[in-house]
Every structure is written in C-alpha cells, then in structure tokens.
Design a protein around this ligand. Sequence first.
Ligand code: NAD
Length: 492
Amino acid sequence: AIAGSIYLAYGVYELRNPDEQLVPDPSKKNLVILGSGWGAVSLLKKLDTENYNVTVISPRNYFLFTPLLPSCTTGTVEHRSIMEPIRSIIRHKKAAVKFYEAEATKIDPERKTVLINDNSDIKGDTSTTEVPYDMLVISVGAENATFGIPGVREHSCFLKEIGDAQQIRKKIMDCVETATFKDQTPEEVERLLHMVVVGGGPTGVEFAGELQDFFDQDIKKWVPEISDKFRVTLIEALPNVLPMFSKQLIDYTESTFKEEKITIKTKTAVKKVTEKTVEAEATGPDGKKVTEVMPYGLLVWATGNAVRPIVKDLMSQIPAQKDSRRGLAVNEYLVVQGTKDIWATGDCAVAGYAPTAQVASQEGAFLARLFNNMAKSEAVEAKIAELSQTLNLQPGDTAAIAKEIETHEKQLRRIKDIKPFHYTHQGSLAYIGSERAVADVSWLNGNFATGGQLTYLFWRSAYLSMCFSTRNRVLVVLDWLKSKAFGRDVSR
Ligand code: NAD
C-alpha cells in the first residue's frame, strides 16, 4: 500500500538517481529548452527524454508554483513550499537531462546556437558560452510591464518571482515598525501605513486581499496602536477590476473589498512614481481628468506582462515576426513563425490565448506529445527504409516483407496525424481576501460563476491539487495549518 501511494503520489514518475539514467547519445538531436516555468516544466514532465539529448537552461534552478506567490508576501505560505528544484524534476526521467543555471541572452537562428550567461553570484572561470541546438523551445515567460512610467522600476515592488515576494514581506513589516518609531509625525505614520497596489488584474487583487488579511488577522493584534491607520488602496486604469471574470463576480469582488475596507480606485491611471508618492490621473463621471498625489509606504506594481529582451532580439532577426508586438507569433503547432526548428510556449508566445499558467502548461504538454511522436515516426521511417532495402536485396521472399512495410506505413500515418494545439479553458480562480474566492469554471459543458467561502475551499483544494509534487502539497498544507494556529510570522 505504501509503495502504491508513493507511486500514485509521483504520478507516472519513476524514482531514479542520476547515475541510473541513460547517458546522452551523440547520434540523437539536441533539444534545448529555455526556461523552468509552466511551459518548460510541463513539457519536461511528459517528454520521453531518451529520444533526444535534452538540455534545460534557466536562470532559476527551480519551478515556482506562481498561483500561491501572493500568499508568500504575508507568510501564509513559506516560499520554499512552492518551489520544486529542477534537479529533482529531471532525476525522474529515463535519460539524463543537462541543466545549466544561466540566462540565455541571445539566440542565433542561422548558426543554431544560444548564448548563455552564468547569472549566479559566484562565478567560475567560464561565465559566458554558447549551446548548440537542433531543436529549440523558448519558454522564457515575460517581464513586468512598466509602460516606461517614471519611477516605477526604482521605487516599486513587482510580484513575479520569489525574491519579489520576500522583498514585499520584509517591506510590510518595515513600514509597520518605522510607523511606530518614537516621535514619528502623524503624516509620516499615515504615509508609511498606506499600502498601494497598482493593477486590478488577478495579481493585484489577490495581493491586496492577502495583505488586508495579514493586517486584520495578525498585525492588528500585535501592533494595536496602528489599527486605524493601516490602509490598502488598489488602483486600476479600467472601469473595473478582474476584467476576465463575469460581471457578477466583479461586483462581488468589489463589494467584498468594500467590507474589507480596501479602497478601489478605478478609471485611475498611474502616471508617475516617486520615492514616497504615486501620481495618478482619475477620470470623473463627467469625463474630467483630475490628478491625485498619494503618499505611500509600500507600492506593489502588478500591471501585467512585457516582452523580454531575448525574445525582442530574436523577433528582430526574423522577418515573419515583423508585425508581432506582444511576443513570438507561433503557428497552430507552436512553431515560431518564420522558423522550422524553434517552438515557443507560454507568456513569450502569441498563440491567441491569455498569458496564463493554464495555457502555458497545456502548450508544454502538447509539445511533449508532438516531440514524442516525431521521434516515434522517425524510428518507423527508418524501419520502413531498412525493410525496403531488404526487399530489393531479396527479390524472392517479398510478400511477408511487403506486408510488414504496409503495417509500418499504417502506423506511421497514425503517428503523423497530430491535431493542432487546442486550448481547453478550465476556468479562472482568484482569492479576494477574508477567506473568500471567486471562480468562473467550465464544467460538464457549462459555465459556473461562484464566489464566497465555499469557493474559497474549492480554490484551496484546486491549488493544492495543482501543486507540482506531493512534497509541495504537504508543505503548503502545513503552512496553512501553522499560520492558522499560531498566526503569521510578523518578524522582518
Ligand atoms: P493583468 O494584465 O491581468 O492586469 C493588469 C491591470 O493593470 C490591467 O487591468 C490594466 O488596466 C492595469 N494597469 C495597467 N497600467 C496601469 C496604470 N498605469 N495605472 C493603473 N492601472 C494600470 O496583469 P496580472 O494580474 O499580472 O496578470 C497577468 C496574466 O496572468 C493575466 O493573463 C492573468 O489572467 C494571469 N493571472 C491569473 C491569475 C489567476 O487566474 N488567479 C493570477 C495571476 C495572474
């Protein structure tokens, strides 16, 4: 039973140590995967690595379960609980996979090479080199959009990586401790305790909800003297938050925020950020624009994605990418337009879907199937060629061989009949604070929109089941129990 549960827990994974894996075979093609996020890891998970010499390159030597990143900013979940080392992912593969912790800085599609840079703090004698590829998968994601707004990069925190969540967690407590410093002026206390979130997409909404929870459930108890001064404001340029959710759930989110005392400022676009203030332009009901300057202690910037420099550079080298703006235009098999041996998945690819984890992971799984099939069809083609030669050499005994060739040809047609990538939307989920969540779910051919505490339980179980490994799942549950029983840790 124990062995069975371990097997189930790891899914189709087999437990192996690297020295039990098949070694690289120079006769096989070099498949290079850039990235260690949703697209890359879901490809890796389903890829039969014995068909290729697989190399993974990423500046991050772990997969990050991004849906729970907002929970890390307040310590509801500890950061290590949502990280899974790439080395532990690749050790389950039948054939060894090479991993380089490095940032890919340039792709040369003519010479078929990728230039990589060691991005760690400790450098060896070699810190820049080239990796050749026969097939390349680009799954590098996107960077934070700032729209060139002055002061954003210098003064705000983003919420994309583990380091961002850690920085936010530290800054929240920094603001609280500084606000309670002896002889602090009332204006400065008010500024320090004003937490501003820019961007009313799911990232901004989930973070604002988690932050208000942290204050209501913990900070307020430990530091009661600031209880009437702590404020969270969410700024959104559009007329409402969460535009991808249905109207009913948008209204529910906005009314829940009101109850939680989170201020939402819609139709308000941030134009400038300084060390202590946010300058925004609000459009009134009469269409008049008013500029508002808001002092803040913590500023979190969550206004969506922008194209990474390596992707921009590749696009500039391929004429077929001339008109693409938001990333690499791909065809229905995720091949980068204008190339034959480069594929792209996730936030760096433009395939007509929203830049979500769900899309990236389905694209990665599709590529794994495609590559597994390509290898299988090459093997069958080689077999047919070999049999045809035998047929020529042994003209006497042809019937049996011809039949065998026919069987293989049938098999080949079946393998080659791969349908284009098709995305199946399973729904959208977001946590909105005070143990409530919203969900737009497609189920049994219907769409369901629900919000509230039951949805929160659904949100918890859905995210738990989506965690990468059993280890992650156990750690997240323990973190939830720990923060419920003892409160969140308010140390800086
Ligand atoms: P987003 O693109 O969804 O939202 C960013 C918001 O910022 C927009 O509504 C935009 O109008 C606003 N904005 C832009 N510039 C502004 C300015 N100067 N001032 C004020 N507001 C401004 O970004 P996100 O929330 O980071 O999400 C990115 C992607 O990831 C989306 O596709 C999203 O669906 C997905 N995602 C999904 C979930 C989930 O399903 N729970 C969670 C996080 C992210």
